[in-house]
Design a binder for this molecule. Structure first.
Ligand SMILES: Cc1ncc(COP(=O)(O)O)c(C=O)c1O
Length: 344
């Protein structure tokens, strides 16, 4: 980073590269509310194909893509099941309830994984006139607050087989599905096809300044397009931003392996200093969560004083996230700084 500060608070803090800005500045554009922006169309079609779906919708945020996807599966007063730390229920400010009357029940899993027994127990698809009926389950892959964990593909297949006979549908919050794909080698479409709707972010590990894409059936996406406008989030020459997403897909997917290696390196240095803070083997992608108990604020402050920014994501939990703007040298320096902060 040019400022000398290494910002590990989130992978959303990246700045567009010069090559990305060049792609943006030459993008062909049109009015996307009239559905006339060729670069937006190219992005939507490309992401839908990558994820094995019929159609895509470019949205300003991942939260909006989740909001529109879940809305298409859960009517007001009906129920969504998900893990208790899912972004959709912890960090979207109650949007699904506030706008669309979605109620939720959650299961808890230390790694944020799908708990098939819990889904089996909680799911009540046709609960009658007194109880809430479950109409969808949401899964986050990778799981942010669980530490960038990857959902096992076999469990996702079993989940699909479990919900199908009940007519319950599936939404994937794939904000960091790219990371899961690079970490496991599982094709994006092999994940995507298991779900009715999928949201992916371009503005996290992929390094675009703005943007997410919701994919699903042509009918679901057409309806989501109407609701996006209804929420005031139709946009005009959005091709400038879609061009950044297309550039990111061309150049920034495979390199996520570097972010994963950097995260592991940081975790190993911290574990050397305090084995109880993190198990490096648990770091599967670009997020490291340190359990430092009552010292979380002190660890964050002492690393900040040495130019490394991190965040607190729960009681005693410090999160470090690697990304495009963290070089190998930055990762080595951050590893030393954070390890020292944890040890002191
Ligand atoms: C797993 C997950 N889903 C959704 C989002 C929402 O993305 P946005 O910040 O673009 O609304 C985030 C943001 O960090 C996330 O981590």
């Amino acid at each position: 980073m040019t400022s000398g500060v290494i910002d590990l608070r989130s992978d959303t803090v990246t700045r567009p590269t010069a090559a990305m800005l060049a792609a943006m500045s030459t993008a062909e554009t049109g009015d996307d509310v009239y559905d006339e922006d060729p670069t937006v169309h190219a992005l939507e079609e490309r992401v839908a194909a990558l994820l094995g779906h019929e159609a895509g919708l470019f949205t300003v945020t991942g939260s909006l893509a989740n909001l529109l996807g879940i809305r298409s599966l859960v009517a007001p007063g009906q129920e969504l099941l998900c893990e208790e730390r899912a972004h959709a229920v912890r960090a979207e400010l109650g949007a699904h309830a506030a706008w669309h009357g979605v109620t939720t029940r959650t299961w808890s899993d230390p790694r944020g994984h799908v708990d098939l027994d819990a889904v089996r127990r909680l799911m009540s698809p046709d609960a009658g006139p007194y109880l809430v009926s479950t109409t969808a389950v949401a899964v986050e892959n990778t799981h942010n607050f669980a530490g960038g964990t990857v959902q096992p593909l076999e469990t996702l297949r079993e989940l699909r087989a479990l919900v199908d006979p009940a007519g319950v549908r599936l939404h994937l919050d794939g904000a960091r599905l790219w990371n899961a794909h690079v970490a496991t080698g599982v094709a994006l479409a092999d994940y995507g096809r298991l779900f009715d709707t999928v949201s992916v972010c371009l503005s996290k590990g992929l390094g675009a300044p703005v943007g997410s894409v919701l994919v699903g059936s042509a009918a679901a996406v057409a309806e989501a397009r109407v609701w996006r406008k209804r929420l005031g989030a139709g946009w005009r020459q959005a091709g400038v931003l879609a061009a950044a997403g297309l550039h990111a897909l061309d150049h920034h997917v495979e390199r996520l392996a570097d972010d994963h290696a950097h995260a592991r390196l940081i975790a190993e240095a911290v574990a050397d200093a305090d084995a109880g803070a993190v198990d490096p083997a648990s770091v599967e992608t670009n997020i490291v969560i340190l359990d430092v108990g009552g010292r979380a604020a002190a660890v964050v402050e002492s690393a900040r004083a040495e130019g490394v920014l991190s965040g607190i994501v729960g009681p005693g939990l410090v999160r470090l996230t690697t990304h495009l703007d963290v070089s190998a040298a930055d990762a080595r320096r951050a590893a030393k700084v954070v390890a020292t902060a944890v040890a002191s």
